[in-house]
Design a protein around this ligand. Structure first.
Ligand SMILES: [Zn+2]
Length: 292
C-alpha cells in the first residue's frame, strides 16, 4: 500500500466546518503509527497538473473562478479561501499519481483534501472545487489508451459532479451507492454509463452492504482496465452528516473486495466526518492490503 499524503492539504480551514484539517492530520498520524511502511521515505515527486489536463473535466471559466476568488462563499457549504486553487490542484495531482501507481500494479490511496466528487464542469459546491477522480479517470483513459475505466463511489453522498462529467463518456463507467434523499439531491436513477444505487436513510447495514456488493459486481462486469474509487467514509453509523448505518467492519469488507480483484485499483479520499475516520480508513486499507 502506498499512501499519497502531503500535510500541506491541512493548511486551509473554514471555521467550524466539518471538512476540517483534523480529518487528514489524525488519519495520517494513526496510519503512520500502524503502518509506517505505507508512507515511502522517497516518495515519487508530484508534477503540477496542467490546465489542459484539468480541462478534461472543467471549463476554462471554472478554473478562472477558482484561481481568482479568495474570499466569500462559492455556495452555502464551500468557502473561497486564499490558495484554494493550489489546494484543489494538489488533490488532483495526487489522484493522478494514485492512478499511475495503480496501473503499475501497486495499491495506492490519496489521503488528501479537499474532496472532489461534487465539483461539476462549472460548479464549485459541497466542499469540492476540482473533481479529482473524474480528472484522473479521463486522463488515465486517454494517456494510457485504456479501453475501460470505472469509478466506484461509496461516499454517502451522490457524486453529482462525477456523474455529470463522466456521463456519456466513451469507455467510462460511473457507479455510486449513496443515501437518498440527501445532499445534493441527485442520483435517484441509472442511465447509460451511470449506475446509481440510492439507499434510504436508516437502511440496515446488511442491506446497504448488499447494494454495495451489487454495485461492485457492476464494476467487475465492466471488465475495467482501471478502477478508481471515490472512497468516502460518511456512510458510517456515527457520521454527523448522514443517516446511514455502516460499521467499521463493513469498510473492511469493501477493502477485501478490492483485494480480491486482479484489476488495478486506486482510491481517493472523499468525505467522512466522524471522529472514527482514521479507524474506518485503516480498516478499509488493511483489508485491501491483504487481511491484516
Ligand atoms: Zn459525502
Amino acid at each position: 500500500m502506498i499512501i499519497r499524503y502531503d500535510s500541506t492539504c491541512a493548511e486551509y480551514a473554514a471555521p467550524g466546518h466539518a471538512e476540517a484539517p483534523s480529518r487528514v492530520l489524525r488519519t495520517a498520524e494513526y496510519l503512520q503509527g500502524k503502518h509506517p511502511d505505507w508512507f515511502p521515505v522517497e516518495a515519487r515527486a508530484t508534477e503540477p497538473v496542467s490546465d489542459k489536463i484539468l480541462r478534461l473535466a472543467h471549463s476554462a471559466a471554472h478554473l478562472a473562478r477558482l484561481r481568482n476568488t479568495t474570499t466569500g462563499m462559492f455556495d452555502a457549504d464551500t468557502a473561497a479561501l486564499p490558495d484554494m486553487d493550489a489546494h484543489a490542484r494538489r488533490g488532483v495531482e495526487e489522484a493522478l499519481v494514485v492512478a499511475e501507481i495503480a496501473l503499475e500494479g501497486e495499491k495506492a490511496f490519496s489521503l488528501m483534501r479537499p474532496p472532489g466528487h461534487h465539483a461539476t464542469a462549472n460548479d464549485i459546491m459541497g466542499f469540492c472545487y476540482l473533481n479529482s477522480v473524474a480528472v484522473a479517470a479521463l486522463h488515465a483513459r486517454s494517456e494510457h489508451e485504456l479501453e475501460r475505466v470505472a469509478v466506484w463511489d461509496f461516499d454517502a453522498h451522490h457524486g453529482n459532479g462525477t456523474e455529470a462529467i463522466l456521463a456519456r463518456k466513451k469507455g467510462i463507467l460511473y457507479v455510486s451507492v449513496h443515501q437518498f434523499p440527501c445532499y445534493p439531491g441527485t442520483g435517484e436513477k441509472s442511465f447509460g454509463n451511470v449506475k446509481n444505487y440510492p439507499v434510504a436513510p436508516g437502511t440496515p447495514p446488511e442491506e446497504h452492504l448488499h447494494l454495495l456488493e451489487n454495485s461492485w459486481t457492476d464494476i467487475l462486469d465492466f471488465e475495467p482496465d482501471l478502477v478508481l474509487v471515490s472512497a468516502g467514509f460518511d456512510a458510517y453509523q456515527d457520521d454527523p452528516l448522514t443517516q446511514m448505518t455502516l460499521r467499521t467492519e463493513d469498510y473492511a469488507t469493501l477493502g477485501q473486495w478490492l483485494n480480491d480483484t486482479p484489476c488495478p485499483v486506486g482510491a481517493i479520499l472523499e468525505g467522512g466526518y466522524s471522529p472514527e475516520l482514521p479507524q474506518l480508513i485503516g480498516a478499509f486499507l488493511e483489508a485491501w492490503e491483504g487481511g491484516v
